[in-house]
Ligand binder design. Structure first.
Ligand SMILES: [Cu+2]
Length: 163
């Protein structure tokens, strides 16, 4: 399941790069066609504005909590809708979890994808992660369908102590 997800997200990222670097992009995956259409036309949509009052938050973890690993994390969103990555739609996006990283990623910057920047491009709102004992910083960063950060307004951070 996790491996499939990683491959899926990697595919999205590659598709994005191809679309922006080349006049035309081709792929065997018909599910990515909408992304290539945007890139091939040279009109990648702008980052949508953040709706008034929108925010993200940790549903089940409070600041400074002492927790056990593996840690279940539930990610909430107010006013803005959680959906799959791909289309760029105003008022819609998906969660990212940043482990021991920055408080937020500047608006418009694509969220990196690596072991400490986890994408939830299928619209997931919960996950489980393993953390070593000690203090850790967890950040939710919401981003648009092209993984472009909505900025610090759409980020939330908690610090936890793992037993
Ligand atoms: Cu993403």
């Amino acid at each position: 399941m996790k491996r499939y997800l990683s491959v899926f997200i990697l595919g999205l990222a590659v598709a994005c790069n191809n679309a922006s670097d080349k006049e035309t992009a081709t792929t065997d995956s018909s599910s990515m066609d909408h992304m290539h259409d945007a890139g091939a036309m040279g009109n990648v949509p702008d980052l949508p504005p953040v709706p008034d009052g929108a925010s993200v938050y940790f549903k089940n973890i409070t600041e400074g909590a002492t927790v056990k690993s593996p840690l279940k994390i539930e990610m909430g969103a107010n006013v803005i809708k959680v959906d799959t990555a791909g289309p760029v739609i105003e008022g819609v996006g998906h969660h990212h979890l940043i482990i021991d990283g920055t408080d937020s990623i500047p608006a418009g910057v694509i969220v990196p994808k690596d072991s400490t920047h986890i994408h939830f491009g299928k619209g997931q709102t919960e996950t489980e992660i393993a953390l070593s004992p000690g203090m850790h910083k967890l950040t939710i960063q919401f981003a648009d369908g092209l993984h472009r950060s909505y900025g610090d307004k759409m980020a939330a951070t908690v610090h936890v102590k793992v037993e």
